[in-house]
Design a protein around this ligand. Structure first.
Ligand SMILES: *Cc1c(COP(=O)(O)O)cnc(C)c1O
Length: 260
């Protein structure tokens, strides 16, 4: 007899079903929405199980933890592939979803597939210079502070198009889209306002052909608001606690002091 699904498998299944339902409600194809499983509060065992459930996109908001995690998980992944375990994805993509400090760019780049939180010209230039050195392109997204919270990372709404244009003009950076976050505890209308505003900027970029064929992603929506984000056009949702459970200790989630 088949074993009943684990708690993790059941939560993943529920998240996938909610993504599909939200997409259908918005008359969108659910396959347009990529789930990035945010592993910052997950245990190694949980991440390994998630791989066997076919999740290929993993996200971390801190470079140090991303590097540690990626070293362990990528090695496990290679072993599963060598053992021809069919259910594991062919490739893992690590997403850097938090604020990236310029002094960590060199360490992060070899491991990550996509950087969601580019929010300054200086950071983009550092990334470009490093990609030039290694000869490897990198997909980047511009983080927009569409909720206009002073403590939040991200470029101001009014500066987004200009900065996007500069990043899109850089030789090694593939300007892939925009990332945003609604306010913590936002109501539906507050969250949808923030997501809708970010989508409007995205449409403006598309209209002006900024980013060209690479421009295709809106990274928005977390455990508490991903269905609203999908309604507003999200193509990537970043989900942690709805998959892994709420963290036991509520940790201060802010960045380390900024060194740049
Ligand atoms: C932690 C985090 C998430 C996931 O948050 P949950 O509410 O646990 O789903 C998404 N995006 C970023 C940038 C994060 O830091």
């Amino acid at each position: 007899m088949r074993q009943p699904p684990s708690e993790l498998a059941a939560r993943l299944e529920s998240v996938r079903a909610r993504i599909a339902a939200a997409a259908e409600k918005a008359r969108r194809d659910p396959r347009e929405v990529t789930l990035v499983a945010v592993t910052k509060y997950a245990g190694g065992e949980q991440i390994r199980e998630l791989l066997s459930l076919g999740v290929a996109d993993l996200g971390e908001n801190r470079v140090q933890q991303l590097l540690q995690r990626a070293a362990q998980i990528n090695e496990y992944h290679q072993r599963r592939l060598a053992a021809r375990q069919e259910s594991v994805p062919a490739k893992i993509r690590w997403h850097m979803i938090g604020h990236l400090q310029r002094n960590k760019v060199r360490q992060a780049l070899p491991v990550v597939s996509m950087i969601h939180g580019v929010d300054s010209l200086r950071l983009a230039e550092t990334l470009e210079a490093e990609c030039d050195r290694t000869g490897r392109p990198m997909q980047v997204m511009l983080q927009v502070n569409a909720s206009e919270e002073p403590q939040k990372h991200g470029v101001a709404v009014g500066a987004a198009v200009h900065l996007a244009e500069m990043i899109a003009g850089m030789k090694h950076l593939q300007f892939t889209g925009l990332m945003t976050m609604a306010k913590y505890g936002a109501t539906e209308s507050e969250a949808r306002f923030v997501f809708g505003r970010t989508r409007e900027i995205f449409e403006e970029l598309r209209y002006h052909k900024i980013g060209g064929p690479h421009l295709r992603h809106l990274s928005m929506g977390m455990s508490d608001d991903f269905e609203w984000a999908i309604q507003e056009g999200a193509t990537i949702v970043r989900i942690g606690s709805a998959i892994f459970g709420k963290p036991a200790v509520t940790e201060d989630d802010d960045d380390e002091p900024n060194q740049d």
